[in-house]
Design a protein around this ligand. Sequence first.
Ligand code: FAD
Length: 439
Amino acid sequence: MARFVLIGSGLAGGLLAAYLGRRGYDVDLYERRADHREGNIVGGRSINLAISTRGIHALEKIGIADEALRRAIPMRGRMIHDKSGALHFTPYDVDPKKCINSIGRATLNATVIEAAQRYSNVRVHFNHKCTDVDIGSAVAHLETANCPVTARGDAVLGVDGAFSAVRQSMQMEIANFQYDESYLAHGYKELTIPPGADGSWRMEKNALHIWPRKSFMMIALPNPDGSFTCTLFWEFEGPRSFATTKTDDDVRRFFDEEFPNAVPLMPTLVEDFRNNPTGSLVTIRCAPWFHRDKVCLVGDAAHAVVPFYGQGMNAAFEDCVVLDECLQKFPQSRERAFAEYFRRRKENADALADLAIGNFIEMRDKTASKTFRAKKKLDHALEAALPGIYLPLYTMVTFTRIPYAKAAQRARIQDWLVFSSMFLIAAILVAAMLWFVAR
Ligand SMILES: Cc1cc2nc3c(=O)[nH]c(=O)nc-3n(C[C@H](O)[C@H](O)[C@H](O)COP(=O)(O)OP(=O)(O)OC[C@H]3O[C@@H](n4cnc5c(N)ncnc54)[C@H](O)[C@@H]3O)c2cc1C
């Protein structure tokens, strides 16, 4: 059986190692960080994430969905907080059972790594940082605290996230490697709403909370310990921005003005703001994702997207399923398996990148409007009236496994049909009124 060297034991790396281990491959998984099950939390990244149908399906296929979801919290819709403190709840779907789930990143990461380690042919090496890869010979060079390490495999899989060292080696060694990165003008900062004195949640637990403020927003997802992790998405630069908010008073003033109902729930606001890092938000597109039968990219390493559709990890997990299917389909030719995987995933990753940016505008700006809420009601009414025929875009992306590109295309056609029908109905009504008046 072939030997795979995996770089990165994040969410996708752990899951992919489990899939490859189950298929009987020899797997060495190298991770630059220490084992976070020993108390090292994944630093600077979202503490919790929303997992939905695609991600759950990938966990189910390897038999760990129940275990992973045990501590997840279902979120049935968006709870919009306007400036006056008024709340508006919009369910995600007409079917109240359809929800997204808030899950801890560290717990989920531990679950996938443990699933991989159940296979004796999978070995995990923490504190090994990949510096570069000889992509023609599938050799990875790694740094450890003591000495450099060389890992030789039949193939190296880059599962090392948005700033992938494996991808960087491909960039340097493959002629015509296409690469595009684009940063949003917004960064993000995580803040906390701790549990109430009795350990309970101080806002509605089963919702994703949004404070939409046109050009920026804050969101909050529930955690099992009764707390919420809030994320402020805000401009890096500008008259009101991370750059101009320097003192504790600036922070307090900004939050009092924009999120007055959240402030009393955030006793450590000023310290959190000062101490927590400000992250950047990047979209990465590249091609190809593989080199012969030697190297292949999976997850954020191949296609990092901004987090506004809550799909980055879901898509990375879907990659693992598709790559596993391709390796099964072409057992004699890894290169054909990699090529097929790239063909099936690339247009969908590109479509997701566009959807994710579009959803930022929807979340921070449109969710506050009555028109948005009316459109969601119309979506749900059409979905109920035309089951299986009309599916809102959010439903297709979040609650089905329809490929992202198909979902986006189908949504455009549906929107056109709905708009045209409404236009036609309006035209018929006007014509009928004119006829009635002229009679
Ligand atoms: C603020 C925020 C919120 C998000 N919310 C959601 C959400 O709600 N739902 C969702 O589906 N997605 C969400 N995402 C996206 C999600 O986090 C990513 O898509 C997902 O983590 C990708 O998994 P990955 O394994 O490809 O990469 P990562 O999770 O980044 O893992 C990469 C791993 O590789 C390791 N590594 C990196 N470089 C090296 C090296 N040189 N050598 C060895 N190891 C290395 C890293 O330490 C890490 O463990 C969010 C992202 C952000 C930033």
